[in-house]
Design a protein around this ligand. Structure first.
Ligand code: IVH
Length: 666
């Protein structure tokens, strides 16, 4: 391609993709399909690789992450990043209003949601994002540009080529936080306790890949020097920032008096739970910049704005007991049994206490009064013990020495905090393993919950993972169980059948092989394509894959070498479970898309059905007989007459090795 043409196309693609990003991430409306987006992005990536000189500063390929820094540079804030004075009730809000009225000022207020995240300052020069910094202590923050560039709602280039600094909040949606925690729970990682920590932890990473995966978002709510742009009102500054391409909050509202502020608070308190992100209060700002200047600042906060904080989400309750649960891997977890309390609309009667050290650090005793916190969808936690409330009747906590279910002595490995039940036949571990199999990140069987699995296990119809697919034989018995109507049983059976079509990585993750989390399962599935190929891989082959180390390789080899596991996989195969990687390949693989294939002879690495599925998952089709229309013939061992015919018609021929090489490439 000629240089000028390539440059032009790069410009065009950059602008199409940035426009699409803006529509999707800022305006929340998509105008092109995901497939179209991916197609353009791939085209741009290829062109940028060939013509690196033409890469634009606002190229969307810069959002994928990968930039690694060695330390965080300090950033001085030319205008300090202040925080707001918190108020907690109606009378404190009235006090704020009165203090302003007393100055002879009669303001209109601008009401905003107080987003629970961390504040960020964004600097643009000639419209290009040059620096992003945390608040730090308000005077000096840290440079987090590499991470902020991965946030899709942050424009890399503004609609106007101006110099500007804007401020706002980086946050993580409730949904993302929940997904990350589900994943972390499965992988035995400590959970992210709230969206603020989650967002802060994500931008305080040296490697921007982490932030890129965390799906962060922003709302911009502050222009530090509005007068320099000729604005007389804060709401004008907000509109201006919106017009530059920033994401501003649609709930913002200009009101004419304090009564309307109360109405706003009431309204937003009601919709709080339905918002896709956490808010912890309402921010009330004087709208007029002139009035803001008259009111001025205290040492740390402006006198023209306050943050009304929602009532504390911490409540007191009694710790009735500490009970122990056994996880799928045999890990023992102490759990707080609490006197049920309502926190933010949901009843809490349990909270995880993680491990022995955690309980000891908190100094918990049974019958203690404890404070409990739950923010929105976040996992409830015991915050602290109210020692002053002790009566002397409290009982010290002691760690158990044997498995509460199978009584096997527990083992604590050197330098680890967790105790384990190492009995692989432990009923608790087995049930947890089944629950893991059906869970959302694994086989995702709709309507099949943990409680149900426990019921079915106790009822004796599920003794192994494979039995899940035999549940249909027990339909009548199940409908007679208390709480299981015909409709719910039928829906469940249907969801179980549907799960057979899942792509391989779900099944692989569901098997619960040590150290194989959902990400590893995906890497392995996309590399090997079929479970058989993975089972046939040796140590060297496994560790040659990026991100697969010794520990995972040994664990896989160990798992697949056990007869009981081989039998399980065999049974699942007989039940008709898909054992092929099907994800996201359609339209992406030119080797297959739109082409027709004929298979002949015996393939050694996979069955014919699997080969068919692989071809179909990449947009190809398989036909029975060779004709001039056949695009390619795949030849296994001892091929028949189809091979001869293909040669005669001059149709491209792949042997099994060629086929494997083609499918591994993508
Ligand atoms: S205005 C000088 N508006 O709350 C005014 N802050 O304690 C600066 N926050 O540090 C802040 N939502 O991290 C403002 N709509 C909003 C906000 C907001 C969340 C955070 C911000 C700030 C803290 C104030």
């Amino acid at each position: 391609m000629k240089d000028e043409i390539a440059q032009k196309r790069i410009q065009e693609l950059t602008s199409i993709l940035n426009e699409a990003n803006y529509n999707y991430y800022v305006l929340d409306e998509s105008k092109i399909t995901d497939q179209e987006y991916d197609k353009y992005l791939r085209e741009l990536e290829e062109l940028e690789e060939k013509y690196p000189n033409f890469v634009l500063e606002d190229s969307p390929t810069k959002r994928v992450g990968g930039e690694v820094i060695s330390s965080f540079e300090k950033v001085e804030h030319a205008i300090p990043m202040l925080s707001l004075k918190d108020v907690f009730n109606e009378s404190e809000i009235l006090e704020f209003d009165n203090s302003i009225l007393k100055m002879g000022i009669h303001p209109t207020y601008f009401c905003e949601l107080k987003i629970d995240g961390l504040s960020v300052s964004l600097h643009y020069e000639k419209g290009i994002l040059t620096k992003a910094a945390t608040r730090g202590n308000g005077v000096t923050g840290e440079d987090i540009t590499h991470n902020v560039k991965t946030i899709k709602s942050v424009p890399l280039k503004l609609k106007d080529p101006i110099d500007i600094e804007v401020r706002g909040e980086i946050y993580m949606s409730k949904e993302t936080l929940k997904e990350i925690n589900l994943e972390r729970e499965k992988n035995h990682l400590p959970l992210l306790q709230n969206p603020r920590n989650a967002a802060a932890g994500s931008v305080r990473q040296l490697d921007s890949k982490v932030a890129a995966q965390r799906n962060l978002d922003t709302f911009i709510y502050h222009l530090p020097n509005p007068e320099d742009y000729g604005f007389r009102y804060h709401h004008e500054a907000i509109d201006f920032m919106k017009s530059l391409g920033f994401k501003t909050n649609p709930n913002n509202r200009l009101v004419s008096n304090i009564q309307q502020v109360f109405e706003y608070i009431q309204e937003k308190t009601q919709i709080r739970q339905t918002l896709p992100y956490e808010i912890d209060g309402i921010v009330i700002k004087v709208d007029s910049i002139k009035q803001q200047q008259e009111l001025g600042f205290t040492a740390r906060t402006p006198k023209w704005a306050i943050a009304y904080k929602f009532p504390a989400t911490e409540v007191l309750t009694k710790l009735k007991d500490i009970v122990f649960t056994v996880g799928r891997t045999g890990q023992i977890t102490p759990n707080a049994v609490l006197e049920p309390v309502i926190v933010m609309g949901s009843t809490i009667s349990r909270a995880t206490l993680h491990n022995e050290d955690y309980v000891k650090e908190k100094g918990l005793m049974i019958y203690d009064t404890v404070s409990i916190r739950k923010a929105g969808d976040v996992i409830p936690e015991v915050v602290e013990v109210k020692k002053e409330r002790r009566t002397g009747k409290e009982i010290p906590f002691t760690m158990i020495k044997e498995c509460p279910i199978c009584k096997t002595p527990l083992v604590k490995k050197k330098d680890q905090v967790d105790y384990f039940c190492l009995n692989e036949k432990c009923p608790a571990r087995k049930v947890e393993g089944f629950i893991h199999f059906i869970s959302r990140p694994a086989m995702n069987i709709d309507g099949f919950g943990a409680r149900m699995m426990e019921d079915f296990y106790n009822f004796g119809v599920i003794k192994s993972i494979a039995d899940i697919y035999d549940l249909k034989k027990h339909r009548e018995d199940l409908t007679r169980l208390e709480g299981y109507g015909e409709k719910s049983v039928d829906n469940l059976l249907e969801a179980i059948e549907k799960s057979k079509e899942n792509s391989l990585e779900r099944l692989l993750f569901g098997l619960g092989i040590n150290h194989v989390g959902s990400k590893t399962a995906k890497i392995l599935s996309s590399h090997f394509q079929t479970l058989d190929a993975l089972m046939n891989a040796n140590f060297d082959e496994l560790v040659s894959i990026q991100d697969i180390g010794d520990i995972i390789a040994v664990s896989l080899l160990d798992y697949f070498s056990k007869e009981e596991n081989q039998i399980l996989i065999q049974k699942l195969k007989q039940h008709g479970l898909n054992m092929v990687y099907l994800k996201g390949k359609i339209l992406q693989d030119e080797n297959f898309n739109g082409k027709s294939f004929v298979l002949t002879g015996t393939l050694t690495q996979m069955g014919r059905d699997e080969a068919k599925k692989i071809i179909e998952s990449r947009g190809g089709k398989t036909v029975e007989s060779v004709s001039r229309k056949t695009s390619c013939v795949i030849v296994g061992e001892n091929p028949g007459s189809k091979y001869e015919k293909a040669k005669k018609l001059n149709i491209p021929i792949w042997n099994e090795k060629d086929f494997l090489a083609k499918i591994k490439k993508v």
